[in-house]
Design a protein around this ligand. Structure first.
Ligand code: FES
Ligand code: FES
Length: 161
């Protein structure tokens, strides 16, 4: 099947097998290997991307289901050479160790902050409850997302002046 998908603002048209998963479309067809592939059973969350703004596990979405839609991957978080606040937060607060879970965490965090600019700890923990991290114990991830929320609020206040 021929599909056209907008990924990080760029349009891609490819002929794909109907059974191809979105995670493999991104990694193997488009070389966007920032989206990781782990359990393949919708459990770990490392494959999370945004589909029309909504976080989805790309190992449970067929590439053909993204036809005509917009996908954001971790490669699309940075804008004009500037890291997104969630990326900066993970750097500032040591929100990663091995980094395998990080792309999915970042996209889930960005989606949360777009919906709830000032989430408390329990809202953050609920939002990332579908993302598994085997390294950090989650404390620094929560701190990183709080850092990003504070940074977003400060930036909006500056822009409003
Ligand atoms: S690889 Fe998709 S949830 Fe684990
Ligand atoms: S940093 Fe290693 S799995 Fe999360």
């Amino acid at each position: 099947m021929r599909i056209t998908v907008s990924v990080n603002g760029q349009s891609y048209t490819r002929d794909v097998e109907p059974r191809l998963l979105l995670v493999h479309f991104l990694r193997d067809e488009l070389d966007l290997t920032g989206t990781h592939w782990g359990c393949d059973t919708s459990n770990c969350g490392v494959c999370t991307v945004r589909l029309d703004g909504v976080p989805v596990k790309s190992c449970t979405v067929l590439a053909v289901m993204a036809d005509g839609h917009e996908v954001t991957t971790v490669e699309g978080l940075e804008r004009d050479g500037e890291l997104d606040a969630v990326q900066k937060g993970f750097v500032e607060c040591h929100g990663l160790q091995c980094g395998f879970c990080t792309p999915g965490m970042l996209l889930t965090a960005r989606a949360l902050l777009d919906r709830h600019p000032d989430p408390d700890e329990s809202q953050i923990r609920e939002a990332i409850s579908g993302q598994l991290c085997r390294c950090t114990g989650y404390e620094n991830i929560v701190r990183s997302i709080r850092w990003a929320a504070t940074s977003d609020v400060a930036e909006s206040a500056t822009e409003a002046k």
